[in-house]
Design a protein around this ligand. Sequence first.
Ligand code: FES
Length: 120
Amino acid sequence: MNDSFTSGDDIDAVRRIALADIPDGGAVAARLPSSTGGFDVILVRVGERVLGYHNECPHAGRRLDWAPGRFIVDKGHLVCAAHGAMFKLDSGFCTSGPCMGNGLVPVALNIDGDAVVLAQ
Ligand code: FES
């Protein structure tokens, strides 16, 4: 496991992301703009469904990506790069690791044609 801190500072704040940019069974990073600099989020795709979560692990508050926007996905789970907690893609529920039984905080979003629109 890579234990390095990733800041995500090179991820632009956007509200619309093309569905085609989110691979089925994969995850991408985004930043939801706000008056305080934005919130880092994760968008995952499971078939036709797209789910959003705050990019903050419930174990120690670290980002889940091992480098900005690069996530480990294994057997339908998003894996926290810091200490290996595993979260179900379709619910954010932690099934293994130091925060088992907790979950990622969901982010509201909508599908608008061929794009995902992040809500606030
Ligand atoms: S911060 Fe994610 S498992 Fe520790």
